[in-house]
Ligand binder design. Structure first.
Ligand code: APR
Length: 314
């Protein structure tokens, strides 16, 4: 069986980390694409030198030409600018919307059958634009948001209780912004509801930290935003697709009636398998969660409208 081909559009911090993960996990051959000459080629050469040490055989090339992503099975998009201290994800909108337009064109032309995972922020708007411009069916265009947000929640809870992260399940849904919605009722520690283990007031503080976790990293790094954890989250989605895992993962998917939302990408639990986003899982939200979910949706709608204005689309 031929190796799978994974195209990483954007060879910056997240792109480079994802390339490393793809090779270490043996997911297939990797193409690192970027507009900066030398950057993807240099990272690819460096990564190839790790092969004999780690024992991976996957090929990795760096390129500035879209021809090289031809027939990719998966495209993961991180092209664009990242946040600096003081910036919200929405501040990236104008620049990244223009970049995504050229990226969507390249993917549509050269990897028309690929499964596309968008990571570029503001996520919910960028994944909407990618689906619109590629014209790919909604099951083949998805956004990475909830796996990372949920992972942050799980990591803080695991530290709080001094238990393994593997013993903590949790889902964060909604938009990938500061008003994302940690769903407390989904947070189970060894199967026990977290509310039985941590006082409500402390959980409020932890959830506030989850919402601001990306900003906390940006404030510390000063020169960019989180990249190890977004890379892991996006690769988890690629694995679910490539290995037909049918895994339930919180991802930004196009909703057409589910959760009462129509025509917007929004993070909800979905099943990812060989068919891409195979199913949207409708879970019952409490009245409070639904309120927060709707507020987050209004924010996403505003961002998509702002994007449409930037692009001159009515
Ligand atoms: N085509 C391809 N790559 C591009 C393009 C383009 N048109 N324009 C910019 N890039 C590249 C940049 O040259 C850079 O190498 O995208 C890369 C982005 O890398 P970083 O600046 O290191 O950003 P990163 O941390 O990887 O984040 C990328 O993901 O999580 C989001 O908010 C984050 O929007 C940001 C994106």
């Amino acid at each position: 069986m031929a190796r799978k081909k994974i195209a990483l559009i954007g060879a910056g911090n997240i792109g480079g980390s994802m390339a490393h993960l793809c090779l270490l996990k043996g997911l297939g051959d990797v193409v690192l694409f970027d507009v900066i000459e030398g950057l993807p080629q240099g990272k690819a050469l460096d990564l190839s030198h790790a092969g004999p040490v780690e024992g991976f055989d996957g090929n990795v090339i760096g390129t500035n030409r879209y021809d090289d992503i031809a027939a990719a099975d998966v495209c993961i998009v991180t092209a664009g600018i990242a946040r600096k201290p003081g910036m919200s994800r929405d501040d990236l909108l104008g620049t990244n919307a223009k970049i995504m337009s050229s990226v969507a064109e390249g993917i549509k032309k050269h990897a028309p059958d690929s499964f596309v995972i968008v990571v570029t922020n503001p996520l919910d708007a960028m994944v909407t634009l990618t689906q619109r411009l590629t014209g790919f069916p909604k099951n083949r265009v998805v956004g990475q948001s909830g796996i990372l947000d949920s992972s942050r929640y799980r990591s803080f809870i695991a530290r709080e209780l001094n238990v393994s992260v593997n013993s903590v399940a949790a889902m964060v849904l909604g938009g990938h912004g500061d008003d994302m919605v940690p769903i407390r009722s989904t947070c189970l520690v060894g199967g026990v509801p977290v509310e039985k283990l941590i006082p409500a007031k402390r959980l409020d503080e932890i959830e506030a930290r989850v919402r601001n976790a990306g900003g906390e990293v940006v404030a510390l790094l000063k020169t960019g935003s989180a990249y190890f954890s977004p890379a892991s989250a996006a690769i988890r989605m690629a694995e679910a697709y490539l290995f037909d895992k049918k895994e339930i993962l919180p991802c930004a998917a196009m909703l057409e009636g589910e959760y009462g939302v129509n025509g917007y990408y929004f993070c909800v639990p979905v099943i990812i398998g060989a068919g891409g986003v195979e199913k949207i899982i409708d879970i019952n939200l409490s009245a409070n969660d639904k309120k927060a979910f709707d507020e987050s949706l209004n924010h996403v709608k505003d961002t998509v409208q702002a994007m449409n204005r930037v692009l001159g689309v009515s």
